[in-house]
Design a protein around this ligand. Structure first.
Ligand code: ZN
Length: 106
């Protein structure tokens, strides 16, 4: 499976970038990832280990879903949901994927 270059979150398709440095726009603080809703861009810091990059990507997706669904999640909620989803995906590799809906058909 290739590293995603695009993610569809709700109605929006986000371009995914893997820069060496990710900064918070307002303060310039360095981050591991970010999502820019208006620009439809997800940034994941490229120097992170693979498992951490996967977690950060899911973290930004959680922000995107919460934004799309108008759910008010704080940063810790997003972090814990991302870690929970990462564990679920790793623990259930056969359940995920493009054929996810097909397994429910009889
Ligand atoms: Zn966050």
């Amino acid at each position: 499976m290739a590293i995603p270059k695009k993610l569809k979150i709700g109605p929006s398709t986000h371009r995914v970038n893997y820069p060496k440095v990710v900064r918070l726009t307002e303060s310039g603080k360095e981050l591991n990832g970010s999502i820019l809703f208006d620009d439809q861009v997800v940034n994941i810091r490229s120097g992170l280990p693979a498992a951490r990059r996967a977690e950060v990507l899911l973290h930004e997706v959680m922000h995107g879903i919460a934004h799309d669904r108008s759910i008010d999640l704080d940063e810790e909620d997003v972090t814990q949901m991302a870690r929970g989803w990462l564990a679920f995906i790793i623990d259930n590799p056969k359940i995920m994927g493009t054929k996810f809906l097909d397994i429910w058909k009889e």
